[in-house]
Design a protein around this ligand. Structure first.
Ligand SMILES: Cc1ncc(COP(=O)(O)O)c(C=O)c1O
Length: 381
């Protein structure tokens, strides 16, 4: 059951000016920009002959996952077991959990989830292979298993060929696990602004990955799927072709953190900003600024401050003003908007912003086309 602003906004669906009349704060998805982004990366990957494993940590939405699968994605990545289980319950097909877990109950639930649709897991230690193997026996299912590699992030995964081979052997020893390949996510590369600097960092990660892939092949365990990369490295990965698929997440939305990244080395934009939070000016404290109804409970603050748009024109930036409020600082020459004005803010960081909302307000032009639940909201478990 969706309450609050999304419930009040349901009456605006299909109205010609619904976008401008939203109850706020409201998470807003510009469908033209979103569809452009999905199609752009799908076309780029198809042209390069590389696959896609779009990451649901960004959107937590069954509707969006299904759009990505319809555009040719092999499967959808999930960051947490709870996220995967919520999307599976909402009818999403092939899913891959891109992080190891350390809980018997979650391992059992993931093995059971494989009864409904293909399910993949990453494994960073032989004991985890044994635990997943036991759970698949219990559930009479099969899980796709990927050796998790650390190619520089220092978060999880193994960093040496010998450890990778040991995990591969542990996977092959379990009848309920199907050895699918490796995951190597180069997280530190993604947000490097300059193309050449990012390319150099990606090359360094790929050198580590290449050595491990050689060792696995030498041990009779060649990796069929080599999964990794993201929005920042997508073109580098498509050209290099060491990965067989790109795990891009943020490309569908484009947040402020990704705005300065020169994706293709020519300074030209590749993806359009599709995600906003609609806010209302609720108080006007002094000339030169206005107070909105959205603070850190509506917009994640771990990124550059939002830009603010009024009727499609950028009028300023938001300065944080507490949990529930923001202060519009107008650009030179722009007036502070009057109380009652609905504005649209870009988001500092898309993933945690989405996690603050129950629903997307899907808009096309000035029309509210639909309200889509964020099924995996809060599923950081
Ligand atoms: C394992 C993994 N894959 C893919 C992604 C998606 O990255 P991006 O949003 O930069 O495309 C992330 C993001 O943190 C991640 O942790």
């Amino acid at each position: 059951v969706i309450a609050g602003a999304p419930a009040l906004n349901a009456a605006l669906i299909g109205q010609p000016d619904g976008r401008a009349r939203l109850e706020t704060p409201a998470l807003l998805l510009d469908l033209d920009a979103f569809e452009h982004n999905v199609a752009r990366l799908a076309a780029l990957a198809a042209e390069a002959g590389i696959g896609l494993l779009p990451h649901a940590k960004t959107h937590k939405s069954a509707r969006i996952a299904k759009a990505q699968l319809a555009a040719g994605a092999r499967a959808i990545g999930c960051a947490k077991a709870g996220e995967l289980l919520a999307l599976r319950a909402a009818g999403v097909g092939p899913l891959v959990l891109t992080a190891p877990v350390a809980s018997r109950a979650k391992i059992a639930a993931l093995a059971r989830a494989a009864a409904e649709a293909p399910t993949g897991v990453v494994i960073d230690r032989p004991e985890l292979a044994a635990a997943y193997g036991a759970a698949t026996r219990e559930a009479s299912t099969t899980l796709d298993a990927y050796i998790d590699l650390d190619v520089g992030l220092g978060r999880f995964g193994v960093a040496t060929p010998a450890e990778a081979v040991a995990i591969g052997r542990a996977i092959l020893a379990e009848p309920g696990l199907r050895y699918a390949g490796v995951q190597a996510y180069q997280g530190l590369v993604q947000h490097i602004h300059g193309f050449a600097e990012r390319a150099a960092a990606n090359d360094a990660a790929n050198a580590k990955l290449g050595a491990i892939l050689d060792a696995l092949a030498g041990a009779g365990m060649p990796a069929t799927i080599v999964s990794g990369g993201g929005t920042g490295s997508h073109l580098l990965d498509a050209r290099r072709r060491l990965l067989t698929e790109i795990q891009a997440g943020s490309y569908i939305f484009m947040d402020e953190g990704y705005q300065p990244v020169d994706f293709h080395g020519d300074g030209a934009p590749v993806f359009r900003t599709s995600l906003f939070v609609a806010v209302t000016v609720v108080a006007h404290s002094a000339p030169g600024f206005a107070i909105t109804d959205a603070g850190s409970k509506s917009l994640a603050v771990d990124g550059p401050p939002p830009r603010v748009f009024r009727d499609g024109v950028e009028i300023g930036r938001i300065q944080w003003c507490g949990d529930e409020y923001g202060r519009v600082l107008p650009h030179p020459g722009q007036a502070a908007p009057p109380v009652g004005t609905v504005l649209e803010c870009t988001v500092p960081h898309c993933d945690p912003t989405v996690n603050l909302h129950d629903a997307y307000h899907a808009v096309r032009g000035t029309v509210l086309e639909g309200i889509w639940p964020v099924e995996a909201r809060g599923r950081a478990d």
